[in-house]
Design a protein around this ligand. Structure first.
Ligand SMILES: C[S@@+](CC[C@H](N)C(=O)[O-])C[C@H]1O[C@@H](n2cnc3c(N)ncnc32)[C@H](O)[C@@H]1O
Length: 293
């Protein structure tokens, strides 16, 4: 398997995933009690948008690039702020604090571990799993010295049982597989079911691509059958028309979502779809798979 996230860093799917991540962390940080982040598929942490991979696809231009060029209402701007503050922090030396100024000098994009590192507090703890050696080294470099974090070579699916529940008994598990191997949807559903048995009160965010619609439906049904309570499904369709083998959208399954999350995401993702879905056929669907609280 040779998936490299550098080709896709900062694209529309990263934008959606990272906005959701930042909103969940903002909520968890409202209480003083420490919490844990387990990022099972961490990636390299920091991506060079001027590097060969990112340049080859240019995907980031239709993602973070488009977001920084857009204008949003004050409410949406406030919801995007924690995530965009991290993007700004990894691009030092930008003069002026407007998104346009950042867009003009954008060079780096932060992955989920750097976003989590930036948005957590001294009392919080973070575990990042990454099985590919070179990618793991890049991640360790990107994180720098931070006694709160551990970068581990542990396989994601083992981590879901080995490291749960965390001793803090609060926190978030982010599961973001590359979806390059057959059976990934089933593995992810089973991983959630096992993890949830061990830690039923944790917040879980599971990212998935919308490409093979039947696989997506099967995944949702598998989760529905497991009768895990409080499961929110977020679907972000970039376009209505499906092209063979191209990702037409992405989604996230959120277990135990913070109380305000669905409403916040309705606002912010509907604003983002207008900016990112350029052919006007994009749409956002947010609904409960199992029982709203
Ligand atoms: C989609 S990327 C992660 C992106 C990252 N979560 C972010 O948002 O910035 C998936 C990563 O998972 C790693 N990976 C693949 N299979 C894995 C496994 N079984 N356990 C842990 N990491 C894995 C890949 O090497 C890749 O870096």
């Amino acid at each position: 398997m040779n998936y490299r996230h550098a080709f896709h860093a900062g694209n529309f799917a990263d934008v959606v995933k990272h906005v959701v991540l930042a909103r969940i962390l903002a909520y968890l940080g409202q209480k003083d009690a420490a919490y844990r982040v387990l990022d099972t598929h961490a990636g390299a942490g920091l991506y060079d948008l001027a590097g060969e991979e990112a340049q080859r696809t240019g995907e980031w231009e239709g993602g973070i690039g488009a977001v920084l060029r857009a204008t949003f209402t004050p409410e949406v701007t406030a919801l995007l702020k924690p995530w965009l503050d991290v993007v700004r922090a990894v691009n030092p030396g930008v003069e002026g604090d407007t998104p346009a100024a950042l867009a003009a000098r954008l060079r780096h994009y932060p992955g989920s571990p750097l976003i989590a590192q930036a948005l957590t507090r001294p009392q919080d703890r973070l575990l990042f799993c990454e099985t590919v050696g070179g990618v793991r080294e890049s991640l360790t470099d990107a994180i720098g010295r931070d006694g709160r974090t551990k970068v581990l070579p542990t396989d994601a699916w083992q981590a879901l049982t080995a490291y749960l529940p965390p001793k803090e008994r609060r926190g978030l598990v982010l599961v973001d597989p590359p979806f390059e191997e057959p059976g990934e949807f089933h593995r992810m559903a089973q991983g959630l079911i096992e993890a949830h048995k061990r830690w039923p009160t944790g917040v879980y965010a599971l990212w998935y691509p919308i490409k093979d619609v039947r696989a997506v439906d099967g995944f949702r049904r598998e989760i529905e059958r497991a009768r895990i309570p409080k499961v929110l499904n977020i679907q972000f369709d970039l376009r209505a028309v499906r092209q063979a083998d191209a990702m037409s959208g992405c989604g996230l399954i959120i277990v135990n979502p913070p109380f305000v999350l669905a409403e916040e995401l309705r606002l912010v993702l509907n604003a983002l779809v207008r900016v990112l879905a350029t052919d006007g056929t994009g749409r956002v669907r947010i609904g409960w798979i199992t029982a709203e609280r």
